[in-house]
Unconditional design. Structure first.
Length: 235
């Protein structure tokens, strides 16, 4: 019987939000098929054409009110609230579905659509529905607003805290991740070094699927909900 006080660290990727209707990047008809990574997800792309980049994220932000959290989001919120041990939720997603599903503490390692960032002073503030290149920072007034998104070539947020949590994990679960993007793809190896039991939830094995000790295949709304129900029976 697993420890009812186990520390559970969870990483979520695009697959958990896809069931809610959020466009993913890596599907055959996904966002990367419509836009080059270099154009909309790099600092260099933003420097070349800030209007293209800002409009790309404006369109994604406008989609958020049209989608709702699915049972997997809600199950993870239930786990956070009801499990006796610590539950740490890390997401690669930039949507707000975890929060709207009821999760209270979420590490957005790749940033969030609902936040704007000042490239001059690092101040953050709630993003308007429609951002524009050259919007002024409310803290320093520099015309240096940008989407608060971690682009390729930039360091994800909160890495020291995330690795500390991985080093304490008893269970590490990855849900709907491709295993193609580092450093997140290396989290399973970090957790295994700490002695954690590792489990992957996905429609098919990820690029690092062979590093997981357990696999549950199928839609996250079904597999994650069933797993959370099992975990909450422990204690």
């Amino acid at each position: 019987m697993p420890d009812p006080d186990a520390k559970i660290v969870i990483l979520t990727g695009a697959g958990i939000s896809a069931e809610s209707g959020i466009d993913t990047f890596r599907a055959e008809d996904g966002l990367w098929a419509q836009h080059r990574v270099e154009d909309v997800a790099t600092p260099e792309g933003f420097a070349r054409d800030p209007e293209l980049v800002v409009n790309f994220y404006n369109a994604r932000r406008a989609q958020l009110p049209e989608v709702e959290p699915n049972p997997a989001h809600r199950a993870l919120a239930q786990l956070e609230q009801a499990h006796r041990g610590e539950v740490v939720l890390i997401t690669q997603n930039v949507d707000d579905l975890h929060e709207r599903g009821g999760s209270e503490t979420v590490y957005h390692m790749h940033g969030t659509l609902n936040s704007a960032l000042c490239a001059a002073c690092d101040h953050r503030w709630p993003a308007p529905l429609i951002m524009a290149p050259g919007d002024p920072c409310p803290a320093c007034n520099a015309t240096a607003a940008r989407p608060d998104i971690v682009w390729f070539g930039e360091m994800p947020y909160d890495m020291d805290a995330l690795f500390a949590h991985l080093g304490e994990a008893d269970i590490f679960a990855a849900i709907g991740t491709s295993g193609n993007v580092y450093p997140a793809a290396g989290f399973v190896a970090e957790a295994r070094r700490a002695g954690a039991h590792t489990i992957e939830f996905n429609l098919e094995p990820s690029a690092v699927g062979n590093q997981f000790q357990e696999h549950r295949t199928g839609p996250a709304s079904h597999t994650v909900s069933a797993w959370v129900e099992d975990v909450l029976k422990w204690g």
